[in-house]
Design a protein around this ligand. Structure first.
Ligand code: ZN
Length: 503
């Protein structure tokens, strides 16, 4: 697991941010001090020397007051984490840190880091871990009078109080939304060429995605893993126990076909996923001038950035489910066996794709099958079904490692809505390959079936077609499907050709 590294990296960043914002906060006082010293200095050196410590003291009082504010997150702690994260954006700060040789400085900053780490855990709803972390600190209950830094005690009390308000999430009331690769350049995707109509129907644009995230966050949605919803235990699927503060709702998110297919080239999408300099998944995109840029060019890095800014959008580090077919390789690397003789970087690409997949897992993403050949698994002959499943295992699972999640292509299930039966040959074959989570497509708000030995969930497509259907139905219409998540009118890109027709 890379979570330790991530915590460390995050802590470093927060420390740097705090140092910067402290510098910026203190700068005015420092300048005022200088000014006053300048004015008074001509009159009497003693006067200036007397004033300075007073200013210093005021400054220190205020700065510690600010810090304890920031270290006292409520259930809504994401907001304060957000503010802290956004603070001190420009690193003007040179080396102007006042030379306050406070002997307690090191302890204070160690406590700050501890409180930050605990706050991050609490923001992700892991109050137990946050409290445990604080209580295990050497600064807890360790002062001269037997009491440690009071901020630690007040943070513990705060988390205990929030913990007492938590409510279990109803398993059957967990919605699941999904996307395809996001359109980064709308002028290229909706340019009227042969693929434009398909993109208009089943793709979502970057701006739309960010608006959807924003709306879902404001409505209290929190990302959970499929493995949080239910888990296998002794051969049985057991409902999970997700605890959230009142007003928060659990949701699962997924993305299909994260393969950056050949046909998508030059159509305004990323070209592949890579590991960014910060160790997190990022995307490569070819710019108009032919250069390659690495950045947030698809859902994965955009969601990483969003959660960095809003840690309370993710339950205990959850991310989305990423699903792959195999016929053109995964993540933009041409790793399918059929490329062995045509891709000169075949071996290196397989290695790189495997490394990115591991990076995704390490960062909380769940990985899934989307069949090898994007086949209708309920409809093709059983022989073809079996061959497809085996090819996925050989060409994709060999790179990404074992997974127990399948997101059906076209949403086409291997059975009707009734519970899976052990007489169902296809279900049993998928089970024999290790699959326990089965997701079709359904536009209902909730579609969760907790079977004896599986979890089945319907997924809602948040794409151009679905949004257009809501818009065409008109506000207030009972056939609208997205209002619990966002208002389609507020999200739908004005660059899309309309009407969006399904074909
Ligand atoms: Zn698909």
């Amino acid at each position: 697991m890379g979570s330790g590294n991530r915590q460390n990296a995050y802590r470093q960043k927060r420390l740097a941010q705090r140092k910067r914002s402290r510098l910026i906060r203190q700068l005015p006082y420092f300048l005022i001090s200088l000014l006053i010293v300048g004015i008074l200095g001509g009159i009497t050196y003693r006067a200036g020397a007397a004033i300075l410590p007073i200013l210093e003291k005021t400054k220190r009082d205020e700065s510690s007051a600010n810090e304890s504010d920031a270290a006292n997150p409520s259930a809504d702690s994401g907001a304060s984490a957000d503010e802290t994260g956004a603070g001190g954006a420009d690193g003007t700060g040179a080396d102007g840190e006042p030379v306050g040789t406070d002997p307690d400085e090191e302890t204070v900053s160690r406590t700050d880091a501890l409180l930050d780490d605990a706050q991050l855990l609490a923001a992700g709803y892991d109050y137990d871990a946050a409290i445990e972390l604080l209580k295990s600190s050497e600064d807890y209950g360790n002062g001269a009078d037997g009491a440690g830094d009071p901020r630690i005690d007040s943070a513990i009390a705060e988390y205990e109080a929030v913990k007492a308000t938590l409510q279990p999430v109803e398993t059957t009331e967990i919605t699941h939304v999904f996307f395809h690769s996001l359109v980064m350049d709308e002028s290229k995707a909706f340019d009227g060429d042969g693929d434009a109509s398909g993109y208009n129907q089943v793709m979502t644009t970057k701006d739309e995605f960010l608006k959807i995230l924003d709306s879902m966050y404001k409505k209290g949605f929190v990302l959970v893993r499929l493995h949080d919803v239910a888990t296998m235990s002794d051969g049985k699927m057991v409902r999970g126990r997700i605890l959230l503060p009142p007003g928060r709702k659990a949701c699962v998110m997924s993305q299909d076909d994260v393969c950056y297919y050949e046909y998508m080239e030059d159509d305004g999408f990323a070209r592949r996923m890579v590991i960014g300099d910060d160790g997190k998944p990022a995307c490569e995109m070819v710019m108009d001038d032919g250069t390659v840029s690495v950045g947030a060019y698809d859902m994965v890095p955009l969601l990483e950035d969003f959660i960095q800014a809003h840690p309370d959008f993710s339950y205990k580090g959850a991310r989305a489910v990423i699903a792959f077919t195999g016929y053109q390789g995964i993540l933009g690397y041409r790793t399918a066996a059929s490329y062995k003789n045509t891709n000169p970087n075949y071996a290196a690409d397989c290695e790189a794709a495997a490394a990115v997949a591991k990076c995704l897992r390490d960062n909380g993403w769940e990985l899934a099958s989307h069949s090898w050949g994007h086949r209708d698994l309920g409809d093709i002959s059983y022989d073809k079904f079996k061959t497809d499943c085996d090819k996925w295992k050989a060409e994709v699972e060999s790179l990404i490692g074992p997974t127990d999640i399948i997101l059906y292509p076209f949403g086409a299930d291997v059975s009707d809505w009734h519970a899976y039966s052990h007489d169902n040959q296809r279900f049993m074959y998928l089970k024999s390959l290790g699959f326990n989570y089965f997701c079709n497509v359904d536009s209902s708000q909730y579609w969760v079936q907790l079977g004896n030995d599986y979890l089945r969930q319907g997924r809602r497509n948040l794409d151009g077609y679905r949004m257009w259907m809501d818009i065409a139905a008109g506000k207030g219409s009972s056939s609208r499907k997205l209002d619990d998540l966002f208002q389609a009118e507020d999200v739908f890109s004005s660059n899309r050709p309309t009407p969006v027709v399904w074909n």
